[in-house]
Design a protein. Structure first.
Length: 188
């Protein structure tokens, strides 16, 4: 597929290119290319600090939860013609195809300057509408973590960590309790 400059729209540091779902599937493997309403949304690769936070959480989730699969950057199908790729997702079983089709138990987004608005606003609404159980937002700039729970199609705050409250724990259904510590996840 030719991704010409004329076909590219750039907003919030993200490149958006109109294409069909079939064209999106045929793209070579990229670090992160989501598909939203007939557009491929190209993300830049995360910084080392971004990747460290995601990796620290990946290890913590795999150590703390039982009976689940934890994946970095695996696509999830959401309502209204969307395929998103969260930094991490937790699901009860390994996906059979290219992406997860059942609502994940939880998704994690580590905010970056180029994706901050997309993650906080657009994805938040898409994840809750898609039945995602929990949405974890890691904000390196504000040095905070918010864990949101899906209650009847709306997010409620289950846990908020910041410099005043740097540690806590969150229950993930019957799969276990995850102890969270800002210094451990964000590297101090």
């Amino acid at each position: 597929m030719d991704v010409s400059v004329a076909a590219v729209e750039e907003t919030d540091g993200l490149r958006r290119v109109s294409m069909s779902y079939e064209e999106w599937l045929a793209l070579p493997q990229q670090p992160k290319v989501e598909w939203v309403d007939g557009e491929a949304v190209f993300h830049v690769t995360g910084s080392p600090d971004h990747q460290d936070a995601a990796a620290n959480l990946l290890i913590l989730l795999r150590q703390s939860l039982t009976g689940v699969k934890v994946y970095p950057e695996v696509a999830v199908r959401l309502p209204r013609n969307r395929i998103r790729i969260p930094d991490l997702l937790v699901t009860e079983r390994r996906p059979e195809g290219h992406h997860v089709t059942e609502p994940p138990i939880l998704v994690v987004e580590v905010l970056s300057p180029s994706t901050r608005n997309e993650d906080l606003f657009r994805k938040s609404l898409e994840y809750v509408a898609g039945g995602v159980g929990q949405y974890w937002i890691v904000d390196r700039r504000l040095h905070s973590i918010d864990v949101l729970g899906n209650e009847d199609g709306e997010w409620s705050v289950l846990l908020h960590l910041d410099e005043e409250t740097p540690a806590g724990e969150v229950s993930v259904g019957t799969h276990g309790v995850v102890p969270l510590d800002l210094a451990t996840i964000l590297g101090g």
